[in-house]
Design a protein around this ligand. Structure first.
Ligand SMILES: [Fe+2]
Length: 206
């Protein structure tokens, strides 16, 4: 039986219809953040090679923050009178992306792919701010605070991918795998001979 997501009440001063509209936007941000937290943990487990420990630890710092965001968004949805859709099937329906493209892979490849992951999640948060801000500035404020921290996380990833002129080695990459390959070749050219980039979507791998 499908999970009931209909609203029966709203915060004081807000109509149920408006609360439902805002919660609809937040459900998609909830799914995107749950996906992000799982992706960062996946990188924590599957990154290999030089720079391993720094990346392994950075991922856990970011996971802790993103898990906090998941809880904030879920509780905001409940406050709005909704049902926070955190079950795996609902997350897959709403997250707006496929599974992360890499499996076991070197540090530069994961950094390149994560540049694209944060690009997508950050853009989604900014769009959500525009969607809810007028109807519910309280939810807008929550998203603004989170977006600011997500952009900081993105900068921590991008700082590894930038040359001294400020250009990103991933600038012309269109997806996670493209960005992983561009970053691996730029930052660790010997990677081709030593470590294969693990593509979870390639038959026979993962
Ligand atoms: Fe761990």
């Amino acid at each position: 039986m499908p999970v009931e997501l209909e609203h029966r009440y709203a915060p004081a001063g807000m109509t149920t219809g408006d609360a439902e509209k805002v919660a609809f936007v937040l459900q998609h941000r909830l799914a995107a953040l749950i996906d992000l937290s799982l992706t960062l943990k996946h990188v924590h487990w599957n990154v290999v090679g030089p720079g391993f420990i720094a990346m392994h630890e950075l991922m856990d710092e970011q996971v802790d923050v993103v898990r906090g965001f998941v809880d904030e968004i879920a509780e905001r949805i409940s406050t709005l009178g909704g049902v926070a859709a955190g079950l795996p099937g609902l997350v897959v329906q709403r997250r707006g992306s496929d599974d992360y493209a890499l499996g076991r892979a070197p540090v530069p490849a994961h950094l390149g792919a994560l540049d694209k992951v944060y690009e997508r999640v950050g853009k989604g948060h900014r769009e959500a701010i525009g969607d809810v801000d007028e109807i519910d500035p309280i939810s807008g404020d929550l998203l603004i605070t989170q977006a600011s921290r997500l952009e900081l996380h993105h900068w921590l990833i991008r700082s590894h991918l930038s040359d001294t002129s400020g250009r990103l080695v991933t600038e012309s990459a269109t997806d996670e795998m493209d960005a992983a390959i561009a970053a691996a070749y730029a930052l660790q050219p010997e990677v081709e001979e030593t470590v294969e980039i693990g593509d979870l979507n390639r038959p026979g791998s993962g």
